[in-house]
Design a protein around this ligand. Structure first.
Ligand code: SF4
Length: 294
């Protein structure tokens, strides 16, 4: 990422730095697509992409923490009562991580808990979820700790707060109060999330993102879900509130990023026409829209 002499206000967007990150993601997408076509397993591709995206989010998080004393600590889990947008790649990454660490019985219990929470959450917007106190299925209710902290989704990494009371109020009185995450960390997490989704936008055929618990329930329950996703099938439910709008936005960003890279003549970016056509097809399929991408 480029160095910048001038200090930006907290949360302000550095578009040049963003473009550099997204350009790398687009180039990785090209490489990943070739690797997938050559038979590399999805898990191996996701591992590398997840590490790159997590580094972006973690850097933003530690930068924000260095500037301000946050109220966040292990065991404080008000923010884990939100609908969290997550990509398919992140869900499969954390489920594979859990499979290598939890005994079979614990995995089975977690899958049942995720299915039960997902059934309650179906189509539920944020305020009723907070009122019903439905926590993320990955929250350890006994300790208030995240069971997958090391591999938690990108957007969870951006939830830094200056006040635990503000977070508590956002859960207890969601009509009157909201979460107020620090913009620096949230923005870095959003960029990391986009970077990851860009890399896998056309890898799977269904929604690239959705509500965490809903997607987790599928990934934990269906052992073939990851392979189905990698073949272009959609193993996830369509009832979440994120997918259509965000997939449309992602397709636009992809096309705009790649078009700009093509204009700049980047050496590692050699498939602009092909990928632009794929972006347009993806946009049509996900939104039914037939509109310009710029
Ligand atoms: S994945 Fe972890 S940090 Fe994210 S909402 Fe769930 S319990 Fe909280």
């Amino acid at each position: 990422m480029a160095e910048h002499a001038r200090e930006r206000p907290p949360g302000a967007v550095d578009f040049d730095a963003e473009l550099a990150v997204l350009a790398d993601s687009a180039a990785s997408y090209c490489r990943s697509r070739e690797a997938a076509a050559a038979g590399t397993i999805p898990e191996a591709l996701i591992d590398g992409a997840f590490g790159r995206a997590a580094a972006i989010a973690d850097q933003a998080e530690s930068g924000a923490r260095a500037k301000q004393a946050t109220a966040c600590r292990k065991g404080c889990a008000w923010c884990c009562h939100q609908n969290v947008r997550v990509s398919a790649a992140e869900v499969f990454h954390l489920v594979n991580w859990l499979r290598t660490r939890l005994p079979a019985e614990e995995l089975k219990a977690l899958a049942a808990h995720a299915r039960e929470s997902a059934a309650r959450l179906q189509g539920m917007p944020q305020p009723p979820r907070a009122r019903a106190r439905i926590a993320c299925a990955l929250l350890d209710l006994a300790t208030g700790a995240c069971r997958v902290h090391e591999v938690r989704p990108m957007l969870c990494r951006g939830q830094l707060s200056l006040s635990a009371q503000t977070c508590q109020q956002a859960v207890e009185s969601p009509g009157e109060h909201r979460f107020e995450p620090l913009l620096d960390a949230l923005h870095g997490a959003g960029l990391a999330s986009m970077s990851l989704e860009l890399e896998f936008a056309f890898f799977g055929g269904g929604p690239v993102s959705g509500e965490l618990t809903a997607m987790l329930a599928v990934a934990l329950t269906d052992p073939a879900a990851e392979v189905r996703w990698s073949r272009g099938e959609n193993p996830f439910p369509r009832h979440n509130e994120f997918s259509t709008h965000l997939n449309s936005r992602m397709a636009r960003m992809l096309a705009a990023t790649w078009a700009r890279l093509a204009d700049e003549g980047r050496e590692d970016f050699n498939q602009p026409r092909d990928i632009r056509a794929a972006a347009m097809t993806f946009l049509r399929e996900t939104t039914g829209a037939d509109e310009p991408l710029h």
